[in-house]
Ligand binder design. Sequence first.
Ligand SMILES: CC(=O)SCCNC(=O)CCNC(=O)[C@H](O)C(C)(C)COP(=O)(O)OP(=O)(O)OC[C@H]1O[C@@H](n2cnc3c(N)ncnc32)[C@H](O)[C@@H]1OP(=O)(O)O
Length: 198
Amino acid sequence: MILYGASGHAKVILDICQANKVEVTAILDDNKNITSLNGHRVSQLDDQRSTNETFIISVGDNRTRKKMVDRNDFFYGNAIHPNAVVDKTSVIDVGSVVMAGVIINASSIIGKHCIINTSATVDHDCTLKDFVHISPNATLCGGIELGEGTQIGAGAVVIPNLKIGKWCTIGAGAVVISDIPDGATVVGNPGRIIKSNN
Ligand SMILES: CC(=O)SCCNC(=O)CCNC(=O)[C@H](O)C(C)(C)COP(=O)(O)OP(=O)(O)OC[C@H]1O[C@@H](n2cnc3c(N)ncnc32)[C@H](O)[C@@H]1OP(=O)(O)O
């Protein structure tokens, strides 16, 4: 496995790979000034372009992760912590990572290059499009749809059967009780839209 992005997020993925006994053969970063991460050497992408190994884009920012995927043609793998509980009827697409303590319940679909962060819950029948990030301790109740690139902040709660659009940001601790349009930023309980990028 090669991790592209020498970030704090990469440190957590590194731990998951170690827990799964998956060898991380390289950590890459475009910033030449970053030379090591937790004692591991950090090198440049050019050294690894011709490899057949699987990659994970180890960058937490959803838009940056998408840009990196758009400009590279790699094989992508997953990193799923052994202490995560993922129902056998759920599907996790390539490039996505699932941290320790996560629960993903029945019939949920996690898109490509998503992050399901520490102790988040994705309940039954949820659909998460590509590049979504569910932050630590967030709770998605059943039947929720999240559009591409949306971030659910730490500890936020989304009540059942709601649809949240593309590239939304749900603030830490928000409680979302209605559908949310594309590009909205939502905070508070009950969640209210404070910004819209549309
Ligand atoms: C492992 C990891 O670290 S994963 C990373 C997890 N990260 C997160 O969960 C971060 C989530 N981000 C937030 O909650 C941010 O505060 C955001 C995105 C909602 C808003 O950020 P910004 O766009 O910079 O907004 P800004 O800080 O200017 O705040 C705008 C207003 O919303 C309020 N506000 C901001 N965040 C919140 C929040 N989470 N809950 C309630 N109110 C909030 C501010 O007090 C401010 O109110 P005011 O206008 O009355 O002064």
